[in-house]
Structure formats: structure tokens, C-alpha cells
Design a protein around this ligand. Structure first.
Ligand code: FE2
Ligand code: FE2
Length: 339
């Protein structure tokens, strides 16, 4: 075997057109993110190990099972979009040659979200076989639930289209702010649900999901701490818009949907309230309207304080008596935040 050294030197390889996942490299600029990734591997849990036998559907009447299935179908509109959303964000991070721990942390979020999706799937499968939509309603309450879920997913589909378009359009820091909004919301949601839920399966599930979401928030915050000094005034304006979009989108699960973005029939909210109330009284851990509003207000104040440090203005949230920049024209294209 003989080494072949060309006369006149080696030929340079052609430049790789970007964005592209090549060339391969493993740059580490933020060791803290590498630590979080290690922690995510050590803390991995298995939804199949939850005490599913303790969730006995016969302990609930049909309306309670329907209403709890409805809540998980609602949660799935957000949490079950996580795997696809973060899988795409992971690929995007590779193509943008983000440092290795950023890509790995995004992958770990994708992994965690797959578990959260599985929880929705398993809970729905036990409570209402065929749910969320592959079953035939026989009562008015069942028809209302089935129809509301179909309308929810219609809106989820509009958000998915907007999200896909946004990846190439916005800088990563803008995406991270949207993700951060979702993680603040979800860690709040699951913390409150874990204390309120009566069934041990739900308590355990919410506790574990809440722990994951808190780690996701830590990831977003670490990345943003790195990126915010590079934000332009235009980016900052975009983020203010995104924060309002986050409130509008996530309120559906954390509180009640505001009169923006959501394309819903006029009877949706009345039926939604009835169903959520049945789920609440069945012991799912859903807080009251006022408790939810208060939790949301506290979470918003937290986000406001964080982004304020970076010179980003907060949007007006008149629904929660929060003043700020008027962003009353949020559309489907603005919606990025997820769990
Ligand atoms: Fe998350
Ligand atoms: Fe999640």
C-alpha cells in the first residue's frame, strides 16, 4: 500500500452549499448546555412504568371519562405537537451549525416530548378507546366533545403551517423566546395539575412532565442568555409580537382562548366550559378559572421580567390587566410557541 500525494498538492474539496448539516463538527461553546444534556439522559423516564393499573375507567362514569379524555385531547393539541416541532427544530439547528450542545439539547427535548405525547395517547386510550376522534358520539355531550376536538385540531393545523414557514424566516433567538414562553406556561401548568390531581397516575405523570418542562425552560434560558446581546431592534419587536402570540395560543390550555387567532364556532367556548368542569370535578387537577388566570398572570410577570432585562418590551395582555405594547393583530403565521 502506498500513499498517493498528488503533484502540486491535494485538491481542495468543493465548498458545501449552506444551509446543510455538513461538514460534521462538534463545537462546544456553552458547557452548561452540555451538562443539561447529560442530566436529561440521567433523568429519562418511561411512561409505560406509570401505575396505569391504578387508572380504572370503571371508577368514573361515562361523562367523566369523556371529559377527561377531552382534556387530554386538548393537551395533545399542544404537548403532542412537541416531537414533530422539536424534531424539525433539531434539524434546523444542525443546518445552522449551532454548537453541539444546542443540537443535543433540542434532541433531548424531542425525546421528552415523545414521552409527553405517549402520556396523552395512553390516557386517552384508557379513558375513551378510539379517542380523540375515531369514535361515534351518541349523546349531545359526546357530540359537543367530538366536534370541539375537531375544531381544536383544525387550529393546531393552522399553527403547524405557520411554524413550518417560520423556521427559515426568524433567527434562532426569536424561536427560543417562543419556546421559552411555552415552557414557562407548561412548567406552570403541570406544577399546578400535579398538586390538584387525585388519581396517582395523573399525579405521577404531571410531576414527571413538569420536571421535564422545567429542564426545557432551563435550556431555552441558557441559549437566550447567550444570544440576546446580538438581537437587533427588529428582532426585539418580533419577540414582543411572539410573546403576545404565545399568550393567545397557550391560553387555550392554560386558561381560556382570547378573541384572536382562534377560528372556532360560536358554541365552542360554552361546551368547552361544561366539559372542563366535568373533568375538574372528576379530580383531574384542573384549576378554577380564577386560579388559572392568576397562575397565567404570575407566569407572564416572570417572562416580562426576563425579557425586560434584555431590552425587550412586553405586549399588552388586556385579558389579564397587563399593560404593554399593542399587538392586537396576531395571525396564524405568528404562532410558534409549543410545550
Ligand atoms: Fe417542553
Ligand atoms: Fe411537553
Amino acid at each position: 500500500m502506498e500513499l498517493s500525494v498528488p503533484e502540486g498538492g491535494f485538491w481542495p474539496a468543493p465548498p458545501i452549499p449552506q444551509p446543510n448539516i455538513y461538514p460534521m463538527e462538534w463545537r462546544v461553546e456553552t458547557p452548561k448546555l452540555a451538562d443539561i444534556y447529560e442530566k436529561s439522559k440521567a433523568m429519562l423516564w418511561n411512561p409505560s412504568d406509570l401505575p396505569w393499573d391504578d387508572l380504572d375507567p370503571s371508577e368514573y362514569d361515562a361523562e367523566q371519562r369523556l371529559a377527561m379524555m377531552y382534556w387530554f385531547a386538548l393537551l395533545a393539541n399542544f404537548d403532542a405537537s412537541g416531537p414533530a416541532v422539536f424534531a424539525r427544530a433539531t434539524i434546523h439547528a444542525f443546518e445552522q451549525h449551532e454548537e453541539d450542545p444546542v443540537r443535543k439539547c433540542f434532541f433531548s427535548i424531542t425525546r421528552d416530548e415523545m414521552n409527553h405525547e405517549e402520556c396523552c395517547q395512553r390516557a386517552i386510550g384508557k379513558l375513551w378507546p378510539g379517542g380523540p376522534l375515531d369514535w361515534t358520539p351518541t349523546t349531545d355531550l359526546e357530540s359537543a366533545a367530538h366536534n370541539n376536538i375537531a375544531w381544536l385540531y383544525h387550529n393546531g393545523g393552522r399553527y403547524w403551517n405557520g411554524y413550518n414557514a417560520s423556521l427559515g424566516k426568524y433567527p434562532m433567538a426569536v424561536l427560543f423566546t417562543s419556546f421559552m414562553m411555552g415552557e414557562v406556561a407548561s412548567s406552570t401548568l403541570f406544577r399546578m395539575m400535579a398538586t390538584g390531581a387525585q388519581n396517582p397516575v395523573f399525579r405521577e405523570m404531571f410531576k414527571r412532565i413538569g420536571r421535564d418542562e422545567a429542564r426545557h425552560l432551563q435550556i431555552c434560558m441558557t441559549i437566550l442568555e447567550n444570544d440576546w446581546p446580538q438581537l437587533t431592534d427588529d428582532d426585539k419587536e418580533l419577540i414582543t409580537r411572539q410573546l403576545r402570540a404565545g399568550f393567545v395560543f397557550l391560553s387555550m390550555i392554560l386558561w381560556e382562548p382570547p378573541n384572536q387567532f382562534w377560528d372556532l364556532p360560536p358554541y365552542f367556548l360554552a361546551n368547552h366550559r361544561v366539559l372542563i368542569d366535568v373533568a375538574r370535578r372528576a379530580g383531574l387537577g384542573v384549576l378554577s378559572y380564577d386560579e388559572q388566570a392568576e397562575n397565567w398572570r404570575v407566569a407572564m410577570a416572570r417572562v416580562r421580567a426576563i425579557v425586560g432585562r434584555w431590552g425587550i418590551e412586553f405586549p399588552a395582555i388586556p385579558e389579564l390587566d397587563i399593560d404593554g405594547v399593542d399587538v392586537s393583530d396576531v395571525s396564524a403565521e405568528d404562532i410558534i410557541p409549543v410545550f
